[in-house]
Design a protein around this ligand. Structure first.
Ligand code: SD4
Length: 318
């Protein structure tokens, strides 16, 4: 039997995102596209390190957001390095639906957002982001920090292990890039990905998250995939497109994610010890799976009215 509807998101911070998406999916005609957008919007509304305007800034202190969305008919839209807008995912959807283009970047994306009726938000870092940024400025080291490193730089450890929520020891949830993929009751797939990107990146840097085929890919005949982690490394292998193609060839979602992760590690196994990438995928049967380079990447799955479950992805390194 096909498990549907179903929604899967990166990280345990995806659980409340899934809950919002689930409300859409459980409606008789609820569309996966609306579900993933609503989910992404809900985390863009919260203050956290890695998604939305409250997220960490680039090295110049500017918060620049990346997001993309893709439906069941290869329609897709994306915004990159977008400033001042609370809901980049909805701007991405408008790019998809109301323009002849797929990607809008920077000032042009902002201009389009404002013309589309989005409100320009003031340039103000969240208290958390300001604190982290000031700390970073002391050394201003241009060294992308992600997941595992981020936790160490906070001087905190996360609790980990199968099914264990990924919380810092002080109880703060470890948020990160939010990738959400869903299949609705009609069996149609869609996906969304939203992020403030790598903390302290160069101004203008764009990661994998808003790039169709890297941070997100959906093929309604086969499946969908998204991910989180060091964007540059994901782009190099067109990670999520690779995963969907592997599923097309009969691999399970987990096997497909593993192949993409292995492809990244093989490029430079030594370097891969220092960065994290994690992928999640679903197929048309409603099967789901994940894989990451390092232990610690978890993901959230919801396919019933039970609040969903968090799973720890298998990884190459323990
Ligand atoms: C990026 N993939 O900008 C994002 C960041 C991320 O865990 O996912 N961090 O490269």
């Amino acid at each position: 039997a096909v498990t549907k509807p179903i929604v899967v998101s990166t990280w345990d911070s995806g659980l409340p995102v899934n809950a919002v998406a689930w409300k859409v999916l459980k409606q008789p005609n609820g569309r996966a596209l609306d579900a993933v957008e609503a989910g992404a919007r809900s985390i863009e509304d919260t203050i956290n390190c890695c998604v939305g305007l409250g997220g960490n800034p680039d090295r110049e202190g500017k918060v620049t957001l990346d997001a993309c969305i893709m439906d069941d008919k290869f329609n897709c839209g994306s915004v990159m390095a977008l400033q001042h807008i609370k809901h980049p995912i909805s701007v991405a959807r408008k790019v998809m639906e109301n323009t002849p283009h797929v990607q809008l970047v920077g000032d042009g994306a902002l201009q389009f957002a404002l013309e589309s009726g989005f409100q320009k938000e003031p340039d103000k870092l969240s208290a958390d982001a300001e604190k982290t940024y000031k700390e970073w400025l002391k050394k201003s080291e241009y060294k992308p920090v992600i997941n595992i490193e981020q936790q160490q730089s906070k001087g905190q450890k996360t609790k980990s292990g199968p099914f264990a929520p990924n919380f810092f020891d002080d109880g703060t949830p470890n948020h990160d890039t939010m990738g959400t993929i869903a299949m609705d009751a009609a069996g149609n797939l869609s996906g969304a990905c939203t992020t403030s990107g790598m903390a302290f990146k160069m101004h203008g840097r764009v990661g994998d998250s808003p790039i169709i085929g890297s941070g997100l890919y959906v093929d309604n005949e086969v499946g969908a995939a998204t991910g989180s982690g060091q964007g540059e490394e994901v782009i190099r292998v067109a990670g999520t497109h690779l995963i969907v193609e592997m599923m097309r060839m009969g691999k399970s979602p987990e096997e497909a994610c593993k192949i993409a992760v292995e492809r990244i590690v093989k490029i430079n196994p030594t370097k891969a010890k220092d960065f994290q990438v994690g992928f999640i995928a679903i197929n048309k049967q409603g099967e789901y799976g994940a894989y990451s380079i390092h232990h610690g990447f978890n993901y959230s799955v919801t396919h019933a009215d039970d609040g969903g479950k968090v799973f720890m992805a298998k990884s190459i390194f323990p």
